[in-house]
Design a protein around this ligand. Structure first.
Ligand SMILES: C[S@@+](CC[C@H](N)C(=O)[O-])C[C@H]1O[C@@H](n2cnc3c(N)ncnc32)[C@H](O)[C@@H]1O
Length: 283
C-alpha cells in the first residue's frame, strides 16, 4: 500500500489527511487573511480566561495595552471596564475583524480603543501603560529571541507599579506510555494527537488536530472542516506554536527583570492547564 507523504510542517494524522486531500487542500496559516475569519468564527464566543483576566485588570486602574489582540475576544471585555485599550496585533486580517466588531459595539467602546499593527516582540509606542495583557497563551507564539524582545518591550511600556498579565499552557504530567501501562497503539496516538470538534458562531463545524508528542517544545494545531465531501476545495489552517511551561516562563521573566507576583490556574481539561501570571517589574 502506498503511504501518502506528510506535507511539511503538518505532522501526524492531520498531515496524512492533508496529503489525502491532495490538490483539493488549500493550506493557510491560522492568522492569515483566510485563516483569521475561521479562527474568529470558532473562538469569538469562547469565554476561557476572560473572567480571571478582567478580575486582575480591575485591581490596577489605568490604561491597558493588549498584545496579540486578535479580533477582540479579550479586547471588548477590557473596554467594557471603561478603560482606554490599545490593541496591538500583527495580522491585517485580525485587525480588520476587530475594526468590524468595534464599529458594531455600543457604549463608546470604539472611541476608547486604539488598534495598532505591530509585532509584540519589537514595538515602541512612545508611552507607558498601567496594565499590559497577553492572553490566550499567545506568548508561546514567539521563539526565545522573540520572547526576549517582548520582555524588553514590556519593561519599556509598563508604568511604575504596573502589571503585566499573561497566560501560558502548563503541561499536565501523564503516566509514561508503554506495555506496562496497558496502553494500545491507538490510545498512545490519541495522546500525541488530540482531535476536537468545535462549532463556529456561523454554525460551521471544525475539526481541530492538536499534535504534541510528549516532551516536545512545540505543538502543531491544524483545523479542517468537520466534513470535507468528495470534491471541491477544502480550506485547512495550521500553526505551530511553542509549549512554554509556567516555570520556564517565570525563569525567563526573572532574567528580564520581571517578577511573577501571583499565579492563577485557569479552568480546563486535557493535556495542558492554562495559568495566568501576574507580573511586575523587579524592584
Ligand atoms: C491565539 S490568537 C489570540 C487572539 C485573541 N487574544 C483571542 O483571545 O482570541 C493569537 C494572536 O496573536 C497574533 N500574533 C501572532 N504573532 C504575533 C506577533 N508577533 N505580534 C503581534 N501579534 C501576533 C495572531 O495574529 C493572533 O491574532
Amino acid at each position: 500500500m502506498a503511504v501518502a507523504l506528510t506535507p511539511p510542517n503538518v505532522p501526524g494524522r492531520a498531515g496524512e489527511l492533508l496529503a489525502a486531500l491532495g490538490d483539493r487542500a488549500e493550506l493557510h496559516d491560522v492568522y492569515d487573511e483566510v485563516g483569521s475569519p475561521i479562527y474568529h468564527d470558532f473562538s469569538v464566543t469562547d469565554t476561557h480566561e476572560v473572567r480571571e483576566l478582567v478580575g486582575l485588570v480591575r485591581r490596577t486602574p489605568g490604561a491597558v495595552l493588549e498584545l496579540a489582540a486578535g479580533s477582540g475576544r479579550l479586547t471588548l471585555p477590557l473596554l467594557a471596564l471603561g478603560r482606554q485599550v490599545t490593541a496591538l496585533e500583527l495580522s491585517d486580517g485580525m485587525l480588520r475583524l476587530l475594526d468590524e466588531r468595534l464599529a458594531q459595539a455600543r457604549g463608546g467602546l470604539r472611541e476608547r480603543c486604539v488598534p495598532v499593527r505591530a509585532d509584540m516582540s519589537s514595538f515602541a509606542l512612545g508611552r507607558r501603560f498601567e496594565v499590559i495583557v497577553l492572553g490566550t497563551t499567545s506568548v508561546s507564539l514567539l521563539d526565545e529571541k522573540g520572547r526576549a524582545g517582548l520582555y524588553a518591550a514590556v519593561r519599556e511600556h509598563l508604568a511604575p507599579g504596573g502589571r503585566f498579565l499573561l497566560s501560558t499552557a502548563d503541561i499536565v504530567p501523564s503516566p509514561a506510555p508503554g506495555p506496562d501501562a496497558g496502553e494500545t497503539a491507538a490510545e498512545a496516538e490519541v495522546e500525541v494527537e488530540a482531535v476536537i470538534d468545535a462549532v463556529g458562531v456561523s454554525g460551521r463545524v471544525y475539526r481541530m488536530h492538536d499534535h504534541w508528542p510528549a516532551g516536545s517544545d512545540t505543538r502543531t494545531v491544524t483545523i479542517f472542516p468537520a466534513t470535507v465531501g468528495d470534491e471541491g476545495p477544502v480550506t485547512v489552517c495550521t500553526t505551530t506554536v511553542g509549549v512554554l511551561p509556567a516555570d520556564r516562563l517565570e525563569t525567563e521573566l526573572a532574567a528580564a527583570g520581571l517578577t511573577v507576583l501571583s499565579r492563577h490556574p485557569l479552568p480546563g481539561a486535557g493535556r495542558y492547564r492554562d495559568v495566568l501570571l501576574e507580573v511586575g517589574v523587579t524592584a
